[in-house]
Ligand binder design. Structure first.
Ligand SMILES: [Zn+2]
Length: 193
Protein backbone atom coordinates (compact mmCIF):
# COMPACT_ATOMS: atom_id res chain seq x y z
CA UNK A 1 0.00 0.00 0.00
CA UNK A 2 1.25 3.44 -0.89
CA UNK A 3 1.73 5.56 2.16
CA UNK A 4 -0.30 8.73 2.06
CA UNK A 5 1.73 11.89 2.58
CA UNK A 6 0.70 14.60 4.98
CA UNK A 7 0.23 17.22 2.28
CA UNK A 8 -1.84 14.79 0.17
CA UNK A 9 -4.14 14.28 3.11
CA UNK A 10 -4.46 18.02 3.74
CA UNK A 11 -5.27 18.54 0.06
CA UNK A 12 -7.81 15.73 0.12
CA UNK A 13 -9.78 17.60 2.75
CA UNK A 14 -9.62 20.93 0.95
CA UNK A 15 -10.47 19.39 -2.43
CA UNK A 16 -13.51 17.71 -0.93
CA UNK A 17 -14.61 21.13 0.36
CA UNK A 18 -13.82 23.47 -2.53
CA UNK A 19 -14.66 27.18 -2.35
CA UNK A 20 -15.38 27.04 1.36
CA UNK A 21 -13.72 28.97 4.13
CA UNK A 22 -12.14 26.27 6.25
CA UNK A 23 -11.06 27.01 9.79
CA UNK A 24 -7.81 25.53 11.05
CA UNK A 25 -9.24 23.29 13.81
CA UNK A 26 -11.73 21.72 11.41
CA UNK A 27 -9.09 20.49 8.95
CA UNK A 28 -6.49 19.81 11.65
CA UNK A 29 -8.84 17.52 13.60
CA UNK A 30 -9.77 15.63 10.47
CA UNK A 31 -6.24 15.10 9.10
CA UNK A 32 -4.83 14.17 12.50
CA UNK A 33 -7.43 11.47 13.00
CA UNK A 34 -7.32 10.25 9.40
CA UNK A 35 -3.51 10.08 9.35
CA UNK A 36 -3.50 8.08 12.55
CA UNK A 37 -6.06 5.68 11.06
CA UNK A 38 -4.15 5.23 7.78
CA UNK A 39 -0.59 5.09 9.01
CA UNK A 40 -0.72 4.58 12.76
CA UNK A 41 1.55 7.59 13.06
CA UNK A 42 1.13 11.05 14.47
CA UNK A 43 0.58 13.91 12.02
CA UNK A 44 3.16 16.41 13.12
CA UNK A 45 2.53 20.13 12.81
CA UNK A 46 -0.40 20.23 10.35
CA UNK A 47 -0.41 24.05 10.70
CA UNK A 48 2.93 24.15 9.01
CA UNK A 49 1.64 21.99 6.15
CA UNK A 50 -1.31 24.32 5.61
CA UNK A 51 0.92 27.40 5.62
CA UNK A 52 3.19 25.75 3.08
CA UNK A 53 0.29 25.01 0.72
CA UNK A 54 -0.77 28.65 1.06
CA UNK A 55 2.75 29.86 0.28
CA UNK A 56 2.72 27.70 -2.84
CA UNK A 57 -0.50 29.43 -3.87
CA UNK A 58 -2.54 26.23 -3.75
CA UNK A 59 -4.62 27.45 -0.80
CA UNK A 60 -5.76 31.02 -0.27
CA UNK A 61 -5.43 32.54 3.16
CA UNK A 62 -8.74 34.26 3.82
CA UNK A 63 -7.84 35.57 7.27
CA UNK A 64 -5.89 34.34 10.26
CA UNK A 65 -6.53 30.61 10.60
CA UNK A 66 -8.99 30.43 7.70
CA UNK A 67 -8.07 28.95 4.32
CA UNK A 68 -9.86 28.17 1.09
CA UNK A 69 -9.22 25.97 -1.91
CA UNK A 70 -10.49 27.53 -5.12
CA UNK A 71 -9.54 25.46 -8.20
CA UNK A 72 -10.11 28.44 -10.52
CA UNK A 73 -7.75 30.58 -8.46
CA UNK A 74 -5.00 27.97 -8.71
CA UNK A 75 -5.34 27.92 -12.51
CA UNK A 76 -5.44 31.74 -12.77
CA UNK A 77 -2.38 31.99 -10.60
CA UNK A 78 -0.45 29.61 -12.83
CA UNK A 79 -1.37 31.77 -15.81
CA UNK A 80 0.51 34.60 -14.10
CA UNK A 81 3.81 32.75 -14.18
CA UNK A 82 6.29 34.31 -16.59
CA UNK A 83 6.88 32.38 -19.79
CA UNK A 84 10.46 31.52 -20.76
CA UNK A 85 10.31 34.21 -23.45
CA UNK A 86 9.17 36.83 -20.92
CA UNK A 87 11.90 35.82 -18.50
CA UNK A 88 14.49 36.26 -21.23
CA UNK A 89 13.10 39.71 -22.11
CA UNK A 90 13.19 40.83 -18.47
CA UNK A 91 16.73 39.52 -17.96
CA UNK A 92 17.86 41.28 -21.13
CA UNK A 93 16.18 44.55 -20.15
CA UNK A 94 17.94 44.43 -16.75
CA UNK A 95 21.27 43.56 -18.38
CA UNK A 96 21.39 40.16 -16.63
CA UNK A 97 22.04 41.90 -13.32
CA UNK A 98 20.23 41.98 -9.99
CA UNK A 99 18.40 45.33 -9.81
CA UNK A 100 19.30 45.70 -6.13
CA UNK A 101 22.99 44.78 -5.96
CA UNK A 102 24.01 44.88 -9.62
CA UNK A 103 25.61 41.44 -9.49
CA UNK A 104 25.32 39.02 -12.37
CA UNK A 105 26.22 35.45 -13.21
CA UNK A 106 29.85 36.49 -13.68
CA UNK A 107 29.85 37.08 -9.91
CA UNK A 108 28.65 33.55 -9.34
CA UNK A 109 25.11 34.49 -8.30
CA UNK A 110 21.94 32.81 -9.50
CA UNK A 111 19.55 35.23 -11.20
CA UNK A 112 15.79 34.93 -10.77
CA UNK A 113 12.89 36.76 -12.38
CA UNK A 114 10.58 38.15 -9.72
CA UNK A 115 7.05 39.59 -9.79
CA UNK A 116 7.39 43.18 -8.46
CA UNK A 117 3.77 43.06 -7.36
CA UNK A 118 3.37 39.48 -6.10
CA UNK A 119 0.95 37.12 -7.79
CA UNK A 120 -0.98 36.74 -4.55
CA UNK A 121 -1.76 40.45 -4.64
CA UNK A 122 -2.95 40.35 -8.22
CA UNK A 123 0.47 40.89 -9.83
CA UNK A 124 0.41 40.02 -13.53
CA UNK A 125 2.87 38.22 -15.75
CA UNK A 126 3.89 41.32 -17.68
CA UNK A 127 7.36 42.57 -18.57
CA UNK A 128 6.67 45.74 -16.55
CA UNK A 129 5.86 43.67 -13.46
CA UNK A 130 9.05 41.66 -13.74
CA UNK A 131 12.47 42.36 -12.32
CA UNK A 132 15.78 40.53 -12.15
CA UNK A 133 16.97 39.67 -8.66
CA UNK A 134 19.83 37.54 -7.41
CA UNK A 135 18.67 34.58 -5.32
CA UNK A 136 19.79 36.35 -2.16
CA UNK A 137 17.82 39.54 -2.82
CA UNK A 138 14.80 37.61 -3.99
CA UNK A 139 14.88 35.82 -0.65
CA UNK A 140 15.32 39.09 1.24
CA UNK A 141 12.71 41.00 -0.74
CA UNK A 142 9.92 40.53 1.80
CA UNK A 143 12.17 41.56 4.67
CA UNK A 144 13.45 44.55 2.76
CA UNK A 145 9.85 45.78 2.56
CA UNK A 146 10.09 46.38 6.29
CA UNK A 147 12.27 49.43 5.75
CA UNK A 148 9.37 50.89 3.76
CA UNK A 149 6.88 50.05 6.48
CA UNK A 150 9.18 51.67 9.04
CA UNK A 151 9.67 54.83 7.01
CA UNK A 152 5.93 55.27 6.49
CA UNK A 153 5.39 54.77 10.21
CA UNK A 154 7.91 57.48 11.17
CA UNK A 155 6.41 59.85 8.60
CA UNK A 156 2.99 59.36 10.21
CA UNK A 157 4.43 59.81 13.68
CA UNK A 158 6.22 62.98 12.57
CA UNK A 159 2.97 64.43 11.24
CA UNK A 160 1.23 63.72 14.52
CA UNK A 161 4.09 65.16 16.58
CA UNK A 162 4.04 68.33 14.49
CA UNK A 163 0.31 68.71 15.11
CA UNK A 164 0.91 68.31 18.83
CA UNK A 165 4.05 70.49 18.66
CA UNK A 166 5.97 67.78 20.48
CA UNK A 167 9.53 68.98 19.87
CA UNK A 168 11.20 65.88 21.29
CA UNK A 169 9.36 63.40 19.03
CA UNK A 170 9.67 65.76 16.04
CA UNK A 171 13.47 65.79 16.45
CA UNK A 172 13.54 62.02 16.94
CA UNK A 173 11.55 61.31 13.75
CA UNK A 174 13.51 63.82 11.70
CA UNK A 175 16.77 62.18 12.80
CA UNK A 176 15.54 58.73 11.83
CA UNK A 177 14.25 59.92 8.47
CA UNK A 178 17.61 61.63 7.87
CA UNK A 179 19.29 58.26 8.38
CA UNK A 180 17.10 56.84 5.59
CA UNK A 181 18.38 59.63 3.32
CA UNK A 182 21.99 59.18 4.39
CA UNK A 183 21.88 55.52 3.39
CA UNK A 184 19.75 56.16 0.31
CA UNK A 185 17.00 53.81 1.49
CA UNK A 186 13.43 54.01 0.09
CA UNK A 187 13.96 57.38 -1.61
CA UNK A 188 10.69 56.83 -3.49
CA UNK A 189 8.72 57.51 -0.29
CA UNK A 190 8.69 61.28 0.14
CA UNK A 191 8.36 63.16 3.39
CA UNK A 192 7.91 66.78 4.34
CA UNK A 193 11.23 68.12 5.67
ZN1 LIG B 1 21.21 41.11 -5.52
Amino acid sequence: MNKVTQSELLMKYFMEHPNQDIKHPEVVDWVTEEYKKLTGEVFRDPDRGIRKLAQQGILQKIRKGVYRYDPAHVITRELEDFTLAQKKQILERDGYKCVICGRGREHGVELQVDHIKPKDFGGKATIENGQTLCAQHNFLKKNYKQTETGKKMFIRLLGLARELKDAKIIAFCEDILAVYEKHDINGHIEWDK
